[in-house]
Design a protein around this ligand. Structure first.
Ligand code: NAP
Ligand code: 8YV
Length: 321
């Protein structure tokens, strides 16, 4: 198995070491002159391994005439133009499945933090305020109905946890899912009108951009809580800030943002909002599993087997043109 693989940035050591062991790895971050190094190696590159933030657009793909596969870390691949890759006959792989339970765990933690105001209560204790009186009573998860926007692999893992917590679940996606026992709403607006906990776990990209807008937040209502563990772009952040300011909704718990790692100061200044720095899958265990899948996709593909997890836009076996 001798193929030239490019990595533009030093991502997880497990990826760098795994790819280095199996292939001829070109570490672009070590080059003194990136442009010159890229020009020299580009004609030989057959595979690229990227993290979740490297933009792979048609211009990027066009640099590599022999490129066959882009192996990306993360299940979301809105940083990759997968349709452009398909047109060029390039397979794109992501890392679905291995992070579902971790992200769902994080999501339940975020829900409890946002609803029960747990980070605020911790800050209260550390500030010595308990000595002067009890922390104020919080809102509750009891009696809430949760609406999941994007009942996919992670959405279902969140739903299972919510059921165990005694919280009723319903959902919206483009399609009603057969065999799913939760109430389906054909529009997001209807879902928002019927729940007081809206959990966003839909993918990013042009199709979902700003799905959660001012109208949806208004429909969620004064006691409503918005949780976003999907992609920042799915929520109109300006509309959310306005809704929080005007108390159109109760509060929000966010793990993802429109312009990461930059988070609007208005959100940072809001004591009631809970903000996580995109840590949904960020445990050593789960990031290792994701990194290994990045390596395994390349190894399987270049061993003549099917890549393990191609994205739907670049199916395997390749669609006939
Ligand atoms: P998945 O299994 O593909 O599920 C995605 C769900 O979104 C599907 O149920 C799909 O249903 C729905 N959906 C897609 N496009 C939609 C649209 N235009 N309108 C409404 N619903 C739409 O993906 P997954 O593995 O659960 O991952 C979901 C997302 O979570 C990822 O894409 C990523 O952005 C995010 N994520 C975040 C973290 C984190 O650290 N916070 C970690 C992992 C993943 P239909 O096809 O019926 O519409
Ligand atoms: C990671 C994620 O932050 O898998 C995803 O879609 O958002 C996260 O698990 C990241 O993409 C890893 O590169």
């Amino acid at each position: 198995m001798t193929a030239d693989i490019l990595m533009t940035n030093a991502t997880m050591p497990r990826i760098v070491e795994g790819v280095d062991r199996a292939f001829r790895l070109h570490k672009l971050w070590e080059a003194k002159d990136r442009e010159a190094a890229l020009a020299e190696i580009a004609p030989t590159i057959r595979g690229v391994a990227v993290g979740g933030h490297t933009v792979v657009d048609d211009k990027f793909l066009a640099q590599f005439p022999k490129l066959e596969i882009v192996s990306s870390m993360g299940v979301g691949y809105d940083h990759i133009d997968a349709r452009a890759a398909a047109k060029r006959g390039v397979i794109v792989t992501n890392t679905p499945g291995v992070l579902d339970e971790e992200v769902a765990d994080t999501c339940l933690g975020l829900i409890l933090c946002a609803v029960r105001r747990l980070p605020q209560s911790e800050r209260y204790l550390r500030a010595g305020k308990w000595l002067k009186g009890n922390f104020p009573l919080s809102p509750t998860l009891r009696g809430r109905t949760a609406g999941i926007l994007g009942l996919g692999r992670i959405g279902k893992a969140i739903a299972r946890r919510l059921e165990a917590f005694g919280v009723e679940v319903c959902y919206h996606g483009r399609n009603e899912q057969p065999g799913v026992g939760y109430v389906y709403y054909p529009t997001l607006l209807e879902l928002a009108r019927n729940v007081d906990l809206l959990i966003c776990v839909a993918p990013g990209g042009a199709e979902t951009r700003h799905l959660v807008n001012a109208e949806v937040l208004e429909a969620l209502g004064k006691d409503g809580v918005l949780i976003n563990v999907g992609r920042g772009s799915v929520v109109d952040e300006r509309a959310l800030i306005e809704a929080l300011r005007k108390k159109t909704i109760l509060t929000a718990g966010l793990d993802v943002f429109e312009d990461e790692p930059r988070v609007p100061q208005e959100l940072i200044d809001m004591e009631d909002v809970v903000l996580f720095p995109h840590v949904g899958s960020a445990s050593v265990h789960t990031r290792d599993a994701m990194a290994q899948l990045v390596v395994d996709n390349l190894i399987d593909y270049f061993s003549g087997k099917a890549p393990r997890t191609p994205v739907p836009e670049t199916p395997w076996p390749r669609a006939k043109s």
